[in-house]
Design a protein around this ligand. Structure first.
Ligand SMILES: [Zn+2]
Length: 82
């Protein structure tokens, strides 16, 4: 079962894509933060720094995706159209 339905009337495809990208980025970011928090004090400093850099990058991707989604909604006025 697909998470999103395509081709439905009133559906904004661009917004759907941006929303999906944002959701994926959010999941990746929360996983990275989770992994980081579970490894505090358990792994060598250099590995922890690596995980921290991954989480930082994931956060940037997530913010960029959120920004793109908001910018699209503002520009396209499609907030009520999923
Ligand atoms: Zn739109």
């Amino acid at each position: 079962m697909p998470r999103f339905q395509f081709g439905q009337e009133g559906l904004c495809h661009a917004k759907t894509e941006l929303l999906r990208a944002y959701q994926n980025a959010s999941v990746r970011y929360s996983k990275a933060v989770c992994e980081l928090s579970h490894n505090v004090g358990l792994i060598p400093e250099v590995e922890f720094e690596y995980l921290r850099s991954l989480a930082g990058r994931a956060r940037k991707v997530c913010r960029a995706a959120q920004k793109a989604l908001r910018a699209h909604i503002v520009e396209h006025h499609c907030e009520s159209r999923l």
